[in-house]
Design a binder for this molecule. Structure first.
Ligand code: HEM
Length: 350
């Protein structure tokens, strides 16, 4: 029986449809990395961070505590950026103090890198998310370097780290920092740095490359790893909860402006001292809450989520971070039934 005319698909149209769906499938395959097995994908990065992760938790910086507070802008930041939360005023802030480890039960003194994750919201609904750490520079220049560092640090081959240092000589200053810099006894005493460079745009449209730091107003108590370990495996969370309950804790937001020639595409290179800085306001942490019930748990502190007036630069790392954080978020959100497993929850340990 002949097909009715309206049901017949002309050959040319069928080819176009096949082409479109085929191209779509190819695009998905490309994005997933199936067409280029050597390509670095978010899944590969997460697997390198921990092939047997704690389900329901962040795939890195998994141990943390939520906080709420305000960002009090003094208006000085408006000189370089039209971001609404840099205009003088007080804005809601929430975030997370955390340790740079995929293990939510890691003892504080076993983790070298500490993090501050932050979201500041303006009345018009604009959001500035950031995730910063306490080292003065990042260990590597590229996402590939980050992947290789994770692989080498977990390798059983005693020569793996040496080989990594040959391929990525930029790691050497970080290793020197990690083995000599003192720890502090409180998150309130840490300086947290963006390390990645961003582009600030003012109301006239002038752009400037910047990095920023949250500089603690509390005086530091420098300690070695042994003294920190003696305070207990979960000292940092207990301490910050008690400290904030006694009084709000403060950090100054300080922008550093790049001079011509300063590298914006390499967070492993600190900019020379003496660059102009602008103190743009104060982060005031007023309350903490365990992560399991806290407002930070279900937030992806994607560092590319920026308000008008701030944008990513030619630094290759934030885009890779954005992709990896999104994958980590999707996985941990889908594993919600496996959370909590953290020691503080009183549930079964890993
Ligand atoms: C290629 C480089 C990097 C990769 C692949 C990477 C990967 C990750 C992943 C997978 C997470 C968990 C995200 C989530 O589940 O929400 C994470 C969290 C975090 N990362 Fe990175 N990271 C990189 C570079 C950096 C840099 C340069 C910084 C800081 C300057 C940083 C600071 C943090 C912080 C503070 C967190 C905790 C975020 C939170 O509280 O949700 N990371 N990272």
């Amino acid at each position: 029986m002949p097909m009715p005319a309206h049901a017949r698909v002309p050959l040319a149209a069928a080819l176009i449809i096949a082409g479109v769906t085929g191209a779509g499938a190819a695009a998905f395959a490309y994005t997933a990395g199936w067409l280029s097995p050597g390509r670095l994908t978010p899944n590969k990065i997460l697997d390198a961070l921990d092939p047997n992760p704690a389900l329901g938790h962040r795939r890195n910086h998994a141990k943390g505590i939520c906080f709420a507070g305000t960002f009090e802008a003094n208006g000085n930041g408006a000189e370089i950026s039209r971001a609404p939360m840099l205009a003088a005023g007080t804005y809601p802030a929430l975030g997370r103090f955390n340790l740079g480890t995929p293990d939510p039960d890691a003892a504080d003194a076993t983790v070298r890198v500490r993090g501050l994750s932050l979201q500041i919201t303006s009345p018009d609904g604009a959001v500035w998310r950031a995730a910063m750490i306490d080292p003065p520079f990042f260990p590597v220049s590229t996402p590939e370097g980050f992947y290789e560092l994770q692989k080498a640090s977990k390798s059983k081959d005693p020569g793996a780290m040496g080989a990594l240092a040959l391929r990525h000589p930029e790691v050497t200053p970080f290793f020197a920092w990690a083995s000599t810099a003192p720890y502090t006894t409180s998150y309130a005493q840490n300086r947290f740095n963006s390390l990645d460079a961003f582009i600030a745009t003012d109301t006239a449209g002038t752009t400037r490359a910047v990095r920023w730091s949250y500089v603690p107003q509390a005086a530091a108590t420098p300690v070695g790893a042994q003294a920190l370990a003696a305070l207990g495996p979960d000292h940092l969370e207990t301490e910050i909860a008690a400290r904030v309950a006694a009084a709000p804790q403060r950090w100054t937001l300080e922008f550093t402006l790049a001079a011509p020639g300063d590298p914006t595409n390499d967070p492993s290179k600190a900019w020379p001292a003496g660059r102009r800085t602008i103190a743009a306001g104060t982060l005031v942490v007023r309350a903490t809450q365990p992560e399991r019930d806290g407002p930070c748990r279900d937030i992806n502190f994607d560092p590319t989520l920026l308000p008008d007036g701030l944008a990513v630069s030619d630094d290759p790392i934030p885009a890779a971070r954005s992709a990896a954080y999104a994958r980590s978020y999707d996985l941990r959100a889908a594993e919600a039934q496996d959370y909590p497993r953290h020691l503080n929850t009183g549930s079964a340990a890993r």
